[in-house]
Write a new protein. Structure first.
Length: 106
């Protein structure tokens, strides 16, 4: 897959996740839990920055975006475990999605 096509796919995945967060704050606790699980599942398809056996290291912005997405998934899991509060979760998710998208689109 060409670099630009890959970046387009990644930015779409990130913006779709942002869409999933719409209305999260006002949803019921059950609905919030379902949304968090959807996000975890959705971002599970986010590709690792370096494919197995690759000899060329990916650019730093690709690694950074991957780490931001990992932070989003972890924040969802921590909220489901009731370790993060709802405000903490929202801040971590939104800031990391914005950071990942900024890295991808440059």
């Amino acid at each position: 897959m060409g670099r630009q096509k890959q970046l387009n796919k990644l930015s779409t995945l990130i913006t779709e996740t942002m869409d999933l967060m719409a209305g999260f704050e006002i949803d019921t606790p059950k609905g919030q839990g379902e949304t968090l699980q959807l996000i975890i599942n959705h971002l599970g398809s986010y590709p690792k920055p370096r494919q197995k056996g690759a000899t060329i290291a990916p650019p730093n912005y690709i690694i950074g975006a991957y780490l931001c997405i990992s932070n989003v998934r972890n924040a969802c899991k921590l909220r489901l475990l009731e370790i993060y509060t709802k405000p903490q979760t929202i801040i971590v998710i939104n800031s990391n999605l914005i950071s990942a998208l900024s890295l991808i689109i440059g």
